[in-house]
Ligand binder design. Structure first.
Ligand code: NAP
Ligand code: ZN
Length: 352
């Protein structure tokens, strides 16, 4: 079996540290990938620190993977050795249920298998993610990296990109609409770029005044400091749609009040503890909606990558060696990342 090197958290209270393990020998439908880059998602931090229920340790996070195919199983048809590919948040699903048939594997009725934290189909075993030098993945869950996208800056598209693209598409965001994006982190900055590329007018809500200029460069038409009550009040009843990416519990009413009649706020941020319950009157008086959305299916992830290639969209990244991952988590918690850390996996060969 291919032996792999990576970084793992051994428990919720231990920092990530070097970890050796074995990958599955590629079966007839599997692809073995040499990992070149892996983005650092806030979900990695929630998981490595045991903030969500059901975390399996040791935990090797990482689900924004870009790499090169090093070997393919005998029945693999879509990839060959040397291809540049991506792997996102899923590596398997039941492939039989209605959701899987609809290409919505993230909503697999029997539970998808995460790139990390499993559970593996059938066995329920843990899976190890992209903070490592190689990974074996069944062909159906491997994405093609379109030509023209920088591989390091494309890595975050595999989670931050698809998680924002999917709800923008599902709620049919486009020209003539005013769209709010809440939080300018990894997801938020992709949401701004994608909503702008889809033709919407974008209003970015941030707690960090120093991000205002960047937000405009990234595609926001307006920037609102969400801690400024007057600026918030001035936007009441003005937005068609809000994409809320905030990773911490907060007052949802402040944003619901900004939606027009029939407007929707979609929550993609997944804080460890619940938001305070919103006021029902804020919803019923204007038939407003609150919804949630989970990453995106495999066909839509490929569609998103192709959309990004057509529009020249990648993530704004800061490349780090894997030895800096624990510091990067601390900086992410302070909102001090512009706007996604990406691990250069060549650094795994350096001394710990
Ligand atoms: P991130 O880079 O840390 O960005 C989160 C942003 O939220 C911060 O940059 C900050 O933006 C804002 N924020 C943080 N704490 C806040 C607070 N207390 N009050 C107000 N704003 C705050 O995180 P990310 O990687 O984008 O992930 C965001 C969330 O989405 C995480 O919970 C993650 O687990 C979740 N997620 C969900 C899915 C899904 O499928 N639904 C997929 C991936 C990730 P400002 O400085 O601009 O205020
Ligand atoms: Zn993620």
């Amino acid at each position: 079996m291919p032996s792999a090197a990576g970084y793992a958290a051994q428990s919720a209270t231990t920092p990530l540290a070097p970890f050796s393990f074995e990958r599955r020998e590629p079966g007839p439908h599997d692809v073995l990938i040499d990992i070149l880059y892996c983005g650092v998602c806030h979900s990695d931090l929630h998981t490595a620190r045991g903030e969500w229920e059901g975390v399996m340790f040791p935990s090797v996070p990482g689900h924004e993977v870009i790499g090169r195919v090093s070997r393919t199983g005998a029945h693999v048809t879509r990839f060959k050795e040397g291809d540049m590919v991506g792997v996102g948040c899923m590596v398997d699903s039941c492939q039989r249920c209605d959701a899987c048939h609809d290409g919505l594997e993230q909503y697999c009725e029997n539970g998808f298998t995460g790139t990390y934290n499993g559970p593996e189909q059938g066995t329920g075993a843990n899976t190890y993610g992209g903070y490592s030098d190689k990974i074996t993945v069944r062909e159906e869950f491997v994405l093609r990296l379109p030509d023209g996208l920088d591989p390091a800056a494309a890595a975050p598209l595999l989670c931050a990109g698809i998680t924002t693209y999917s709800p923008l598409r599902h709620w049919k965001v486009g020209p003539g609409q005013k769209v709010g994006v809440v939080g300018l982190g990894g997801l938020g900055h992709m949401g701004v770029k994608l909503a702008h590329a889809m033709g919407a007018r974008v209003v970015l809500f941030t707690t960090s005044p120093d991000k205002a200029e960047d937000a405009k460069r990234l595609g926001a038409d307006e920037v609102v400091i969400s801690r400024d009550p007057e600026a918030m009040a001035a936007r009441k009843n003005s937005l068609d749609f809000i994409l809320n990416t905030v990773a911490a519990p907060h007052d949802l009413d402040a944003y619901l009040a900004l939606l027009k009649r029939d407007g929707a706020m979609v929550l993609v941020g997944a804080p460890a503890s619940p938001h305070p319950s919103p006021a029902v009157f804020n919803l019923i008086m204007k038939r407003r909606q609150i919804a949630g959305s989970l990453i995106g299916g495999i066909p839509e992830t490929q569609e998103m990558l192709d959309f990004c290639a057509r529009h020249g969209i990648v993530s704004d990244i800061e490349i780090i060696p894997i030895q800096q991952i624990n510091d990067a988590y601390e900086r992410m918690l302070k909102g001090d990342v512009k706007y996604r850390f990406v691990i250069d996996m060549a650094s795994l060969k350096d001394a710990a």
